[in-house]
Design a protein around this ligand. Structure first.
Ligand SMILES: [Zn+2]
Length: 80
């Protein structure tokens, strides 16, 4: 079970995918969510460095749970 975290964001310009949610059972327009992961490194003097990558998920707008993980290519294919 995975609930989206506030440091992530909706991927702008992507289409939603209408499908049944595995968690709440509603048929909803799942959106593409971008979630950073990995290490946040640096000090207060160099906050901008972020090691790591981003993961993409299809997220249900009703229960805010990630339905499944997308590859970066799949996420970019959702762009209209
Ligand atoms: Zn749901």
């Amino acid at each position: 079970m995975f609930i989206i975290q506030p440091e992530g964001e909706i991927v702008k310009g992507t289409k939603t995918l209408s499908k049944q949610c595995e968690h709440c059972g509603n048929v909803t327009d799942h959106f593409v969510w971008k979630q950073p992961y990995g290490f946040q490194v640096g000090t207060i003097f160099s906050r901008r460095k972020t090691l790591g990558m981003k993961k993409y998920y299809l997220v249900c707008p009703v229960c805010k749970q990630a339905d499944r993980e997308l590859t970066r290519e799949q996420a970019l294919n959702m762009k209209s």
